[in-house]
Ligand binder design. Structure first.
Ligand code: DX5
Ligand code: ZN
Length: 217
């Protein structure tokens, strides 16, 4: 299967989202980073902005919530009709109940772990998630270098997903570029967030195509 490329719009022009969305229409989903200035030190946008994005987007939205009180907030994003909602294990009091609510609202349920968080709970409850996100940088900012030690978890997750025979997607986010994407794909990731690697390219659509080819094995 073809690798999925999800450009992170954290690297887009924040007053020209609609224009920038049009430059990346050959992507598989738009990756939307919601940050609250508490769970992570950075602040982006919230529900009203994502609602508007959902109205104009020609591709599905992959919403990545880096926020506190996520058990209360995540279902409201699912209610907007976005394709998938990713919440952080570290921020949720009741991850399984939350994932079930997201699915009931019609969204794919995805769970993320920061670089220093173990995947044990996530892998012990694999049928509850549609996607697992292994953060390959500390969440909060675009343009950081991939943390090599996180790649062990990518391989660990792939092994568990295959052993369970489940179609859970395996996403990586942070520092993914044309130099490392093939290697990360080889470890088992199938869904790749790329912010600066896509938006920093002169021809963004061509960069998406290039990344997808490199990651498709
Ligand atoms: C970081 C965000 C990422 C980020 C990726 O907290 O979750 O989605 O925008 O950006 P790059 O690809 O530039 O590392
Ligand atoms: Zn993200």
């Amino acid at each position: 299967m073809s690798a999925r490329i999800h450009p992170s719009i954290l690297s887009a022009d924040f007053v020209n989202f609609e224009r920038d969305f049009k430059t990346i229409t050959n992507c598989d989903s738009y990756h939307v980073d919601v940050m609250d200035g508490h769970f992570v030190p950075n602040l982006t946008f919230g529900l009203p902005m994502v609602k508007r994005m959902q109205q104009i987007a020609v591709k599905p939205l992959d919403v990545h919530l880096m926020i506190e009180n996520v058990d209360d907030w995540a279902p409201r994003y699912a209610d907007l009709g976005v394709a998938s909602v990713t919440f952080h294990l570290e921020a949720s009091e009741q991850p399984i109940a939350l994932a079930r609510k997201l699915r009931a609202a019609g969204a794919k349920a995805a769970i993320a772990v920061k670089p220093n968080t173990s995947l044990d709970f996530v892998l012990d409850n694999l049928p509850e998630w549609d996607m697992v996100l292994v953060m390959t940088v500390e969440p909060g900012f675009g343009g950081q270098a991939l943390i090599e030690a996180t790649l062990e978890k990518v391989a660990q997750a792939r092994k568990a997903i295959d052993a369970a025979g489940l179609a859970v997607a395996l996403e990586v986010d942070g520092g993914i570029d044309e130099h490392n994407i093939a290697r990360v794909a080889g470890l088992g990731a199938d869904t790749f967030v790329a912010g600066s690697a896509v938006f920093g390219a002169e021809d963004r659509a061509a960069r998406i195509e290039y990344l997808r080819n490199l990651a498709t094995i």
